[in-house]
Design a protein around this ligand. Structure first.
Ligand code: BES
Ligand code: ZN
Length: 879
């Protein structure tokens, strides 16, 4: 178990390594409890490094068996489980080191290094898992060419996989066999992988741009082969797309994907051997929702795209994580946008950014997209590095334009191929192709916090001019008290009374390019001339920058934009704002025990939108969905009482449902579809609209009949789970709800990924006794704290997806959760620390709950033997 050493790693301390590892030959004698690893490293002392410099290799829980240099036993060394130091090295600058270690894959429950999942040997090495396999300079700037020999019992492990191309395989004595893999591309240790076990597979082929034949295989548990076909299709589409859009071709003869059921993350981009959480591979209409299909498509693409952005060009150090993750998230977003509806996808991206990243950036765990220090790197795979990192790429493209963006990336790919690069290297490529400085833009990588952009405008009818002033301000974040103004690209439009955009022909003020205002100062003004009438301002179109926008629009202007903004994102945004404002106004009324009040214009607007056949179904569904309780909490920002928020949101839902009952029922009925299920965007859009309509109907119907009918008639998981959720959340205790839960359990009891939804629906039931339900479900035979998917499905959903139930006022849940975190931490620190992170906004709660939470966090902080992961998060949350 790794406990905290308290060491802080700093970006400014970076130094290149003294020794390089040119070649890495690994031999694995696989055994469930005693796996023997022989590493033969061809080592080179870097020019100018003195002979006296010891070779220092990382380890983690390692047991050393033997050590040889150039074939001779080594005597001058110290071996500890986490460090191997060798002195008295050969005079020659190059030598070979042979290290034999013994490891136990079965007892490895951290799921880092070599472990077993359902009797399959598998690895996870990013970020620092390779050091749990053998001693090595386990840092991303040490690139090496790997040759890997695997040996195992043939019956137990007929499939033997590693990175690169298969060079040889064959049978051995005693029922064992071997495979020899060679990866010609130098790579850092975090991209090493092996898989060995008894797996089924599906195979296909892909011919690249330049005619390379690539064998494609997806390995799954026997019996699940048919559920991998969508993933295979997504893989081929990703490979084609990366060629067409970025000119990037695959570079090995084989591409393997393996799905495993115990995995801390979503998936991992190991060179030529991607390893996936099975949640992001397995799908069929009966068990996967539209969201699951979209998730599979996105994650398959993401890991595939890493082959260039991450593998061919990797990161110099872990501070540069966003170099590969932010860029690759941007690329997978673009892919999904091309595969589906771009406007709808953009709204979904922003929803996630605001739900995950904004609270991080505004709370105790705030950090720059490129952090300057860390204690535990696993805690920096965050929404800030990923989602904000992706937004920075998007802004860069907005600032320099499409042509320069692709030119700069081409330069990046050619200039840094085979290297471990930095954010500076990346930015320099775009400076070189545009000939302009991007220093101001680059501040986004180093300055944490979400800027607040304020707006004021003044129309002068006499001079037919509009003066617009934008201001910006960023609040302090931990470790950064003083903030500088950022370069914020604000896409905008001026809309005339006819609902059409007004072309800007003449203006004053610096930094207007096309439809983008470049806000660079704390405050900046522009004056637009020849504007015949007072326009309505549409600002931050497409969410062109990750900022809070504070714009005082009148009710009339909001309703106007909701109907006329040509920017779909802008339309959704203003509708969402109208709903938010209504809910927040009533939260205040409820707090003062005054009667709630509503503006009927909102329900009228929604009635209009739901009937607008020019809008796609998915967009209509987004417009009709009320903000989540967590969205309202974030807008409120402090003194949060989750019960008041829920009551207010419920009140609005009921009013809209009552006002539009007949229309919603008619529209819902018209969407009943007898066509066979297809997982594409169009079908998904219809189902999404159906689901949101059903949620209104469930609020106005006086019983569960309609919802129960959808549950029973559904031929796909999307419709089924939407109905089950409403039954459990609205009609709990009613026979129909009880029956539906039992039926689901009976039908899907042997499909763990489907049962995860069943756990999740119950964990999210908004009621004070959700805690007791969760505690009971932990005793369910299918539940296990050892499996990250089960744990997240039940406990992650409870903590992050049930604001009222989780935050029940007596604080009992917090005490339960504290113990749970400590229990999980003993086995799997990464999982524990991620669960704990879902409480990052605890300081925004009202005082009584806040006190309870403080006590809970202090209990964690005082516990002994905390992992570095949980200690780091706890201390930052309490600071
Ligand atoms: N490289 C990561 C996987 C990873 C993350 C390994 C953290 C070790 C620690 C992978 O490329 C990734 O980013 N996966 C995401 C999904 C993706 C679609 C954003 C994940 O696992 O959540
Ligand atoms: Zn990634």
């Amino acid at each position: 178990m790794r406990t905290d050493t308290g060491h802080v790693f700093r970006l400014e301390d970076y130094r290149p390594s003294d020794y390089l590892i040119r070649k890495t030959e690994l031999d694995f004698q696989l055994d469930p409890e005693k796996t023997i690893v022989t590493a033969r490293l061809t080592i080179e002392r870097r020019d100018g490094v003195s002979l006296a410099t010891p070779l220092i290799l990382n380890g983690d829980e390692l047991e050393l068996v033997s050590l040889h240099i150039n074939g001779q036993p080594v005597s001058d060394y110290t071996a500890m489980p986490e460090l191997l130091t060798i002195r008295s090295l050969p005079q020659q600058s190059s030598f070979t080191l042979e290290i034999v270690t013994r490891i136990n894959p079965t007892t490895n429950r951290q799921l880092m290094g070599l472990y077993r999942s359902s009797n399959v040997y598998t690895t996870q090495c990013e970020a620092e898992g390779f050091r749990r396999i053998t001693y090595f300079p386990d840092r991303p700037d040490v690139l090496s060419v790997y040759t890997v020999r695997l040996e195992a019992d043939k019956q137990a492990a007929p499939i033997l996989l590693s990175n690169g191309n298969l060079e040889a395989n064959g049978d051995l004595a005693n029922g064992r066999h071997f495979a020899l893999w060679h990866d010609p591309h130098p790579k850092p240790s975090y991209l090493f992988a092996l898989v060995a076990g008894d797996l089924g597979s599906i195979s296909d082929q892909f011919t690249t741009l330049n005619g390379r034949q690539v064998a494609l295989n997806i390995y799954v548990e026997h019996g699940n082969e048919d559920r991998a076909t969508y993933a295979m299709d997504a893989l081929k589409r990703s490979m084609r797309w990366d060629e067409e859009v970025y000119g990037r071709e695959y570079d090995l003869d084989i591409f393997n994907i393996v799905a495993v059921s115990d995995f801390n993350m979503g998936a991992m981009e190991n060179k030529g051997l991607n390893i996936f959480n099975d949640k992001y591979v397995l799908a069929d209409p009966q068990t996967a929702t539209d969201t699951d299909y979209a998730g599979i498509e996105a994650v398959i693409a993401h890991e595939y795209f890493h082959n260039w952005t991450g593998n061919r060009i990797t990161c110099r150090d872990w501070f540069q994580l966003c170099l590969k993750e932010g860029l690759t998230v941007y690329r997978d977003h673009e892919f999904s946008s091309d595969m589906r509806s771009r406007a709808v996808h953009r709204i979904d991206e922003v929803k996630i950014l605001k739900a995950q990243q904004f609270p991080e950036d505004g709370g105790p765990l705030a950090h720059p997209v490129r952090p300057k220090e860390y204690r535990e790197i696993n805690n920096f795979y965050t929404a800030t590095v990923y989602e904000k990192g992706s937004e920075l790429i998007r802004m860069l493209r907005t600032i320099i334009g499409d042509a320069s963006f692709y030119k700069g990336l081409d330069l990046y790919f050619s200039r840094h191929d085979g290297e471990a690069a930095t954010i500076e290297d990346f930015i320099k490529c775009f400076e070189d192709v545009t000939g302009r400085s991007l220093a101001h833009f680059a501040l986004w990588y180093d300055q944490a916090g979400t800027p607040l952009v304020t707006v004021s405008s003044d129309y002068d009818a006499a001079s037919r001019s509009l003066r617009l002033t934008l201001g910006q301000k960023t609040d302090p974040t931990p470790g950064q008290s003083h903030k500088q103004p950022m370069h914020i690209p604000v896409k905008f439009g001026l809309i005339g009374a006819d609902g059409k955009d007004i072309a800007v022909s003449s203006h004053e003020g610096a930094g207007l390019e096309g439809d983008v205002l470049h806000l660079r100062e704390a405050s900046q003004s522009w004056t637009f001339h020849n504007i015949a009438e007072k326009p309505v301002l549409s600002l931050l179109r497409g969410f062109s920058a990750p900022v809070h926008l504070s714009q005082q629009l009148s009710r009339e202007e909001q309703l106007f934009l909701a109907r006329h903004d040509s920017d779909a994102f802008g339309r959704w945004q203003v509708i969402h704002q109208l709903m938010s404002n209504a809910i927040i106004a009533n939260v205040e009324k409820l707090r003062l025990q005054e009667p709630v009040a509503f503006d009927p214009a909102l329900a009228e607007l929604l009635a209009e939108l739901v009937q607008d056949e020019t809008l796609d179904h998915a967009f209509r569904a987004l417009c009709l969905s009320l903000p989540e309780e967590a969205d309202i909490a974030r807008e409120l920002g402090s003194n949060i009482d989750p019960d008041l928020i829920r009551s207010s949101r419920e009140a609005l839902l009921s009013v809209i449902a009552a006002q539009n009952a007949a229309l919603f029922a008619k529209t819902y009925a018209s969407l009943q579809d007898n066509a066979a299920f297809t997982p594409d965007a169009e079908g998904a859009g219809k189902r999404a609209l159906k689901a949101v309509l059903l949620s209104y109907l469930a609020a106005s119907d006086n019983g569960p009949a309609r919802v129960y009918a959808q549950f029973n008639d559904a031929d796909n998981m999307t419709d089924k789970i939407a109905a089950l959720t409403l039954l459990v959340h609205r009609f709990y205790g009613h026979d129909n709800a009880t029956q539906a839960l039992a039926q689901f359990e009976k039908d899907y009891g042997n499909v763990p990924l489907a049962m995860d939804k069943w756990f999740g629906v119950q964990a999210r039931r908004p009621a004070p006794d959700a805690l007791e339900t969760v505690q009971q479900l932990m005793q369910h035979p299918l539940f296990s704290l050892d499996n990250p998917n089960r744990t997240r499905a039940l406990l992650g959903a409870f903590a992050a997806g049930n604001p009222t139930g989780f935050n029940r006022p007596d604080g009992k849940t917090y005490a339960f959760f504290t113990n749970l975190i400590l229990t999980i931490d003993r086995e799997n620190p990464q999982l524990a620390s991620r669960l704990l992170t879902s409480l990052r906004s605890w300081k925004t709660l009202e005082p009584a709950r806040r006190e309870h939470l403080k006590t809970a966090l202090e209990t964690i902080a005082q516990a002994e033997n905390l992992s570095a992961d949980v200690r780091d998060i706890t201390e930052r949350m309490l600071a």
